[in-house]
Design a protein around this ligand. Structure first.
Ligand code: PSV
Ligand code: MN
Ligand code: MN
Length: 390
């Protein structure tokens, strides 16, 4: 590769920003059991402290996403200032309208207007929090749906959803956005109100430019071509955010790039091809995962590194040569160019990028040697759980 191309790849890698989720630092579990780990954060501030360690070692994770009310505090402006003091900032505000008894039959799509009002109030409160923290994005995921045919009117639920989204959209400030996440199923098992990208896209299109789709990589049917969705949404200017994680079966929330690094590469290649790696494109590269059996901070560091590796490989694809091969209908050459990039060992390149950023060449080893894990184990007794199974 020419010096000029290498410099461009390095600069794209250095400017990448990966947002880590506050809840991934806290205890989590399956629907059968929440496993507690020693040293997990007890407060939002301690989650930020852990996120700051990830940033310290990787240099590309300076943003931590909040989940409300899991990150409850009296003063969100002070929380944002606390983050800044630690070298990170608070990012996306994730709303939570899925954990109250009232939401058994839904939140913004519930048949009872009083429950819908309560859910909407929470969403509006999340925008107030964004005002206080200076956050750009409100992430909306609704667990709303039905378990049995006939349980509720599918069309009426879409009307209720549209109404709530419209109210939230109108409340957004000029520089704020909402990103609407979809998920095929769970916890609803018959119909889900935002089950796929098409539903999210249609609502976002009606709402306007400040509404964008969020692609959680764990939220599709097995075999879905996620990279096609990404390419399509980017082309339409409607890809707002990712929730990266990996899965073998359903919404497994495992470390990004752990189950299928090739899929992650293919997704990020489409992001690159559509111009989405340019920070100006405004795509939030978030993680959304739970570390139930592995230590959390190193698992998050590993995930950040996996996203970086996929990005580096995507950047190595020789687009000019690829265009020529595609034009000539040379299927094997075109495929070979993608595979060559994917099969490149990009770890030394990324170590250089990190060093140039003032981070660690080997973030996993640096974290292990830092003594942070034993310090938090001693200092933090009785850590929090993220909220799942609460
Ligand atoms: C739902 O499965 C989801 O992916 C949403 O993003 C929630 O906010 C998040 O998980 C909580 O972990
Ligand atoms: Mn998610
Ligand atoms: Mn999920």
């Amino acid at each position: 590769m020419s010096e000029r191309k290498l410099a461009a790849v390095k600069s794209a890698l250095a400017s990448q920003r990966i947002e880590t989720p506050s809840w991934a630092y806290a205890n989590s579990g399956t629907r059968f059991k929440v496993f507690t780990q020693a040293g997990v954060p007890r407060t939002p501030q301690e989650k930020i402290d852990d996120a700051a360690r990830v940033q310290l070692h990787t240099g590309v994770a300076p943003v931590v996403a909040l989940h409300i009310p899991w990150d409850r505090t009296d003063d969100f402006a002070a929380l944002a200032a606390y983050a800044r003091q630690r070298g990170v900032r608070t990012g996306t505000v994730n709303a939570n309208v899925f954990q109250d008894d009232d939401y058994k039959l839904g939140s913004v799509t519930h048949p009872d207007p009083a429950v819908r009002r309560k859910a909407l109030d929470h969403l509006m409160e999340c925008v107030d929090i964004m005002d206080a923290t200076g956050s750009r994005d409100l992430k909306l995921w609704f667990s709303d749906g039905t378990n049995y045919p006939g349980q509720d009117d599918i069309r009426a639920r879409q009307d209720r959803l549209a109404e709530a989204l419209c109210t939230v959209y109108e409340r957004l400030g000029e520089k704020q956005r909402l990103v609407l996440e979809y998920k095929l199923f769970e916890p609803a098992f018959y119909s889900t109100d935002v089950p796929d990208w098409g539903t999210s896209y249609a609502h976002c299109l009606k709402l306007g430019p400040k509404a964008q789709v969020c692609v959680d990589t764990g939220h599709h049917a097995p075999g879905t071509n996620i990279e096609f969705i990404v390419a399509f949404l980017l082309r339409e200017g409607k890809l707002g955010a990712f929730d990266f994680n990996s899965r073998f079966y359903a919404d497994d929330d495992l470390m990004a790039g752990a189950a299928d690094p090739f899929q992650l590469f293919r997704i990020i290649y489409e992001v690159r091809a559509g111009g989405g790696l340019d920070p100006e494109a405004g795509i939030a590269f978030m993680l959304d995962q739970c570390h139930n059996i592995e230590p959390k901070i190193p698992a998050i560091i590993r995930s950040v590194m996996n996203v970086q590796e996929a990005t580096a490989k995507a950047l190595l694809v020789d687009r000019e040569e690829l265009a020529k091969a595609q034009c000539a209908g040379d299927v094997l050459a075109a495929n070979g160019l993608l595979m060559d990039a994917y099969n490149t060992d990009v770890r030394p390149l990324l170590a250089d990028v990190r060093e140039e950023l003032g981070a660690d060449r080997d973030p996993m080893a640096a974290y292990a040697a830092s003594g942070w894990a034993s310090r938090i184990t001693e200092e933090r007794i009785g850590g929090q759980q993220a909220g799942w199974g609460a």
